[in-house]
Every structure is written in C-alpha cells, then in structure tokens.
Design a protein around this ligand. Structure first.
Ligand code: PHE
Length: 453
C-alpha cells in the first residue's frame, strides 16, 4: 500500500474529499430549505456527535486492515457476509461518480465561459433583475440542456481526473490537494470579505446565524443528518480507502476532528458568502435551491459587481477544485478495489474505471438535453442515481459500518486503532464505540425509514 507522504498532505487530501459540491453547493440550499440557522445548529450537532465517530470507524478499518473497502471486511470477518457493506460502498461510489462528473462538467463550462467573457456577453445591466433572472436561466439551460456541450465538458472533467489519478497517491492526489486546498481557502476568504462588505448584507447573516428554535422539526433533523453524512464523505468507502494510506503513527481521532471541523468551516464560509450576497441584491426569491443557486442566482450577483467575469471565473474555479478533489477520492475507492482485488496495475485500474465512466457520465450529461424525452433514460441516469445512492445505499452502508465496528469487530479493535495501541488516552475511543453501538444505528435507521416511506 502506498502511504501519504506528509501529515499536511494527508489532511489536505481527506479534507479535499470531504469538501465537495455537497459542502459548497448542497449545504447552502439545504440551509435555505430548512429554516436557516436552525438547520445549521442541528447540522453542527450531527457532525460532532455522529459524523466524527463514524469517520473514526472508517479510518480504523482502513488503517487497521490496510485494504480496500471490501478487503477490510474480508480480512477481518472472512466467511461472513460483512463484505457486502464494502461492496455497497464501492458500487455507490461508481454510481455517484456518474452524475457528479456531470456537475463537474457544468462547472468547467461555466469557468470557461467566465474566462472568455461569453457568460456576460449578452447581459444588459440596465434591464433590471427580472431580465437578469431569465437571462441567466437561459444560460443555464443552454449548458445543462445542451445537445453535446455538457457531454463534452463532462468528458474533459473525467479527463482531468485521469491525469491526477495516473499520478498515484503521492504525486497525483496528495500533490494536487496540497495546492488545491490552500487555494480553495484563500478564494473562500476573499469572497466572504466581499460578500460581508456589501451594503444590506446583514439581513442574510442574520438569517444564517440567528436561530429560531421553533423551526427545529424532525424533517430538519433528518435532513441535517443526511447532509452531515454526505458532506463528510461517510459511507462511500472513501475514508476507508484513504485511511489505508495513513501511516501507523497517524492520530485517527485528531485527524477526524480536524477534517470535520475544516469541512464545517467551509460550509459556514459558504453560508457567509451566499446569504449576505443574495440579501444585498434582493435576490431571495430568485431560486436558491439545487442548480439554480449556483448557476443562476450567483451569476446574477457577479453581474452586479464590477469585473463580473473575474469574480465568476474565480468562483467557478473554486467549485471545480472542490469537485475535482472529491471525484478523485471517490474514484480512488474503485481503483484501489481493482488493484487490491484483481491485482491490476495502477495504470490499468485507473483506465478501467475512468474510461467507461467517461462514456457513462457523458451519456448521463444528456439527461436534461437530447435524452430528456426518454423519461426512463433521463430518470435513471441522473435523478434516480442521485436519489438511490443518497437515500438508500449510503444510509445502509453507514448502518452496516456502525454495527460492524460497534458490535462485531474484535474486542479492542477500535480502541487499539484510535489510541495507537495505548499511546493516547482511551476516553475518546470509548465514546466513539458507544455512539457506534447505539446512537448511530438509531439515527441512521430513522433517516432511512423516513427517506423510503
Ligand atoms: N463530501 C463530498 C461532497 O460533499 C461527498 C462526495 C465525495 C460526493 C466524492 C461525491 C464524490 O461532495
């Protein structure tokens, strides 16, 4: 097994995986749809109370058994069916990649159109906000629903992944993360500063940070837990795979706390960018959900600023970097699986995963364009993949992992991993074990049932 070269590199790569479209794009939309600051509070509680222990359990499996997501279960519980938990994670990873790459492709297209100025070329600032709304909705449709453009950019985005992944763990993933993550934080800070300095921004900050406790409902809790799991990259096999590249001296508890806190910080920064900007420009009604927020409302904000193309290019660069550091991590799950299980070389494994994916994701990119009338194709390819993985596969894998590490793994396994064989105090490991046994299964079963009922 290759190892990450440095501690900073290991953290950059793991945070890079966690901070993806789920954190920078899905999080603000979820806050908006679930009562603002009330959601934020429950999300923070979910990250610390459930997210960290589940993350620690995945780290322990990966580092302790040094194998891929299926291999860890096969090694520790041979002859049982626990390996299906890992297999579920590998399958979920491949399915998630099919639609995530498409969103990466859209981001790349927006980046290119910002760089060559075409994004704002037909925009007339004097025509008012209704015009802006429909102008950028048309732009979005021309990309998302295009005949071939979305496919082409999706294929290019998959190509970027191939380049990074062929470089391997140290020279590919770690090196890219060491550059990408500091860049991401600098861009985020810059945007926070700009957004908070806009006149009228305070209303947005208030919405985001002043909680109305009466808005905490069971649905809000369930959505917050789902968002916490997705944004921390839990149950996708990513953390097991990355932890198999951690050294024996890595402090797993500390790493989980740092990675989760940094992911939370990015989510909060995104909130401090988006809500103040939206309220400063009075765009509250202009769609803050899903694709609309990032691909319509934010371009409206940029259009109202001087140097629109520059800000927009910087923002879509941020989004693309966030997406890329996540897609490489999830592709690595399947690549590591092929290398370990089938004995493939790195090069073969990378190409065997990403070339078919390039074709599948490019077809998936047509879901909103030429394929949209083929209801079944459009549905299966984008929305259904998203729903099926998020609502069914991820909760089941998370449940399996918690039950396995909490109840089935050999006595003392989690403690030995978390304390590095007694080097640290066992209190944290004990708390994690307790949560994995009782709290996480109950919480996950609740989300799961509420999602499918
Ligand atoms: N935490 C990641 C995100 O927020 C989850 C993810 C990783 C999803 C990789 C897809 C691919 O985007």
């Amino acid at each position: 097994m290759p190892l990450f070269r440095t501690k900073i590199g290991l953290i950059a790569a793991t945070v890079g995986s966690a901070v993806g479209l789920g954190t920078v794009w899905r999080f603000p939309a979820e806050v908006q749809g679930n009562g603002g600051a009330a959601f934020l509070i429950v999300y923070i509680a979910c990250v610390f109370l459930l997210g960290i222990p589940i993350m620690v359990s995945e780290f322990a499996l990966g580092r302790g058994l040094r194998s891929d997501a299926v291999g860890v279960f096969r090694k520790q519980a041979p002859g049982t069916a626990w390996w299906t938990v890992g297999a579920g994670a590998v399958l979920a990873s491949f399915l998630i990649l099919c639609f995530y790459m498409v969103v990466g492709g859209w981001t790349l297209d927006y980046l290119m159109q910002s760089l060559d100025g075409s994004l704002f070329a037909g925009f007339r600032p004097e025509a008012g906000t209704t015009f802006a709304d429909s102008y950028f909705t048309d732009v979005k449709d021309s990309i998302v629903c295009s005949d071939w453009e979305a496919s082409l950019y999706t294929a290019v985005f998959v190509g970027l992944n191939i380049v990074v992944l062929l470089g391997g763990v140290q020279s590919g993933i770690e090196r890219m993360s060491n550059i990408a993550m500091p860049l991401l934080f600098v861009i985020l800070l810059l945007f926070c500063g700009i957004s908070l300095a806009l006149p009228g921004s305070l209303k947005g900050v208030e919405f985001f940070l002043t909680p109305d406790f009466s808005k905490i409902t069971p649905t809000v809790c369930i959505n917050a837990l789902g968002q916490a799991m997705f944004s921390l990259s839990l149950a996708m096999g990513i953390l097991i795979t990355y932890a198999s590249y951690y050294s024996n001296s890595t402090n797993l508890g500390q790493t989980a706390v740092i990675v989760s806190s940094l992911t939370l910080l990015v989510a909060i920064m995104m909130g401090l960018i988006i809500f103040p900007a939206v309220s400063a420009f009075g765009l509250e009604g202009h769609g803050v959900s899903g694709t609309t927020l990032v691909f319509v409302t934010l371009p409206e904000v940029f259009a109202a600023l001087p140097f629109s193309s520059f800000w927009s290019a910087l923002f879509f660069l941020l989004l693309m970097v966030a997406a890329l550091t996540s897609t490489v991590s999830i592709a690595e799950v399947v690549i590591c699986f092929l290398q370990e299980r089938m004995g493939c070389s790195r090069r073969r494994a990378v190409l065997a995963v990403l070339l078919p994916l390039m074709v599948l994701a490019s077809i998936c990119a047509l879901s909103f364009g030429p394929l949209k009338d083929f209801k079944i194709a459009g549905l299966i390819m984008f929305d259904a993949l998203d729903q099926f993985t998020n609502n069914i596969m991820l909760p089941l894998v998370a449940l399996g992992t918690s039950l396995y590490v909490g109840w089935v793994a050999p006595r003392g396994f989690l403690r030995d991993q978390v304390t590095n064989e007694g080097q640290y105090k066992p209190g944290f490991a004990k708390a994690c074990q307790l949560i994995l046994r009782w709290v996480a299964p109950v919480a996950i079963i609740t989300i799961f049932l509420s999602n499918i009922l």
